[in-house]
Design a protein around this ligand. Structure first.
Ligand SMILES: NC(=O)c1ccc[n+]([C@@H]2O[C@H](COP(=O)([O-])OP(=O)(O)OC[C@H]3O[C@@H](n4cnc5c(N)ncnc54)[C@H](OP(=O)(O)O)[C@@H]3O)[C@@H](O)[C@H]2O)c1
Length: 507
């Protein structure tokens, strides 16, 4: 299906998870001027009266008073809810009210005399409602706009959901479209491209948000530059599963911003590449970073791949240029350049620990530079296959001879956050006097690197410069502009240091 969504002005609705009036006041003041609409969750508030809400007079408010049966916290009856909303309406507070599709139509009609009604449909069980049923429902119930919020875990369903959104808009209905959960984060960020009236966002620094997958207002502003979005902008993103904790959106959005480019880079957590590709063909996608598990599967959607990607057997970068989709691999460059920068054009004798995707890029780089290498791996057959493919020597773990190599490259995920206390069972003799290169970048100093230092390694190298180099190379492939890898590394480092704190810049 070809979609025809019209682009809408980017608008943010801040969903306020306040438990007390005082907390509500604090949040409203903190975000004043940064958002277009304030969603007050009356079902979340405790110990309040309608008079307490007077401070919201003349502010753009959406009232939500969600009952338990619809995923909210209000345990009373619809009549009780409506009576409270009636009192608020008589005071002329707020502009919108979110009312569920299963409420009795005369009550909705009455609320419409006070507010604009957002008729909402929520589904938390992963099922997609059939369009005819939804259509009849929307035709029967009075409203000013509709909200469809579904928890979806499969991209095949996300594509069908977009068909529903299209059908809804074709009937002249305005609305808000939400896919809850990690697979829907991209839609929250790219809402304007799908004609959504607004996107819901959470305050930064909160432990609790009102819906899973919601993006913090600060991130929308400062990472994704959401308020600046316009229909002629380009979209980039990281395609993988999972991608929620990727540092790439932070790096690439900053690079686009600093280069003055009208582009936005978003996380695409995808289980089904074929379904995802319908979206890629609709959006103005300029390129993608590709990570586990799609580095091989992506090949079938590309028009061509370059020599590096073909030899490595994996694509980590997609470039869309002149209507062609091209695959490339920047991991080998990312691995190799930090070595050259630090040690010059030296010839290495290397031991690769691990035989997965990253090890393939390492082996390719070593072969290209004419460096002999040995490879050892938990699953020995994979080490053999890698050695065969790139002309190295496979060696069982307990038969590694530490006298033959001067560079050890660690390519397994052991030691990566949050499991920072882990390290592969590497004997000290493999580390002492060697250059030890750990591809893990989070944390920048792994337990393996600490151990290597402690036993007298010649030098240690973390995966952070590799991450930065490969990102800089991706940026060059997409934009034909160069950036300094050191600057990219500083960006990544800053992000990793702040992770867990959450963005909290307005407060
Ligand atoms: N710095 C960067 O820019 C960069 C870029 C790419 C990757 N990396 C790093 O490289 C790591 C690996 O990525 P990848 O794409 O190569 O992953 P992958 O394809 O899944 O390969 C993982 C490798 O690690 C081995 N392994 C996994 N768990 C192990 C364990 N508990 N004990 C021993 N060996 C284990 C696997 O052995 P089996 O064959 O026995 O399963 C396999 O050889 C990532 O986690 C990331 O930290 C960094």
């Amino acid at each position: 299906m070809t979609w025809h969504f019209r682009f809408t002005t980017p608008r943010i609705c801040l969903s306020l998870p306040a438990r007390s009036v005082r907390e509500l006041q604090r949040l409203v003041h903190a975000y004043e001027g940064r958002v277009d609409l304030l969603e007050v969750r009356l079902d979340w508030l405790r110990d309040w009266t309608v008079e307490d809400l007077e401070f919201l007079r003349d502010r753009p408010v959406l009232w939500t008073f969600r009952p338990v049966r619809q995923g909210g916290e209000f345990a009373g009856t619809d009549s009780e809810r409506v009576e409270v909303l009636r009192q608020i309406g008589r005071r002329r507070l707020g502009q919108w009210v979110d009312i569920e599709f299963d409420v009795w139509p005369p009550l909705i009609t009455e609320l419409r005399s006070y507010f604009k009604v957002l008729l909402s449909y929520h589904q938390y069980d992963g099922h997609l409602p059939p369009w005819p049923g939804l259509r009849d429902l929307f035709r029967m119930k009075p409203h000013d706009a509709v909200k469809i919020a579904l928890r979806l875990d499969r991209w095949a369903d996300i594509v069908r959901f977009l068909d529903i959104v299209e059908a809804c808009q074709a009937e002249g209905r305005e609305g808000v479209w939400v896919v809850m959960g990690p697979r829907g984060t991209w839609l929250r960020i790219l809402t304007p491209w799908f004609g959504g009236l607004w996107t819901y966002a959470s305050p930064g620094g909160t432990v609790q948000t009102t819906a899973e997958g919601q993006v913090a207002v600060e991130e929308l502003w400062h990472v994704y530059r959401y308020p600046e979005m316009a229909p002629d902008h380009r979209i980039y993103g990281i395609l993988g599963d999972p991608v929620a904790h990727s540092v790439s959106p932070y790096i690439h959005n900053r690079l686009f911003q600093e280069a003055g480019l009208a582009a936005h880079y978003v996380p695409f957590a995808v289980d089904d590449l074929t379904a995802f590709w319908s979206l890629v063909r609709f959006l103005p996608v300029g390129g993608l970073s590709v990570t586990i598990p799609h580095k091989i599967g992506i090949l079938q959607h590309l028009d061509d791949v370059d020599e590096a990607a073909r030899s490595i057997g994996a694509v980590n970068t997609v470039v869309h240029r002149e209507d062609r989709w091209l695959g490339s691999n920047t991991d080998w460059v990312g691995f190799w350049r930090p070595l050259v920068r630090r040690f010059g054009a030296r010839s290495w004798r290397a031991l690769i620990v691990g035989a997965g995707g990253a090890a393939h890029a390492v082996a390719y780089a070593l072969r290209r530079a004419g460096c002999p290498f040995w490879v050892t791996n938990r699953t020995y057959e994979k080490a053999e296959a890698l050695a065969r493919r790139f002309g190295g020597t496979a060696v069982p773990w307990d038969a590694v001879d530490p006298t033959v190599f001067d560079l050890l490259v660690h390519t397994t995920p052991l030691g990566m956050a949050p499991h920072t206390d882990q390290m592969p069972p590497i004997p000290d003799a493999w580390l002492a006097g060697k250059v030890v290169y750990d591809l893990v970048y989070n944390p920048p100093e792994t337990r393996l690197l600490r151990q290597a230092r402690a036993v007298g390694a010649q030098a240690v190298l973390s995966g952070l410069p590799m991450l930065a180099e490969q990102a800089a190379e991706q940026f060059r492939l997409w934009t034909l502009q160069t950036v300094r890898p050191d600057d990219v590394a500083a960006l990544a480092q800053a992000y990793l240091e702040r992770q867990g704190e959450m963005f909290n810049i307005f407060e």
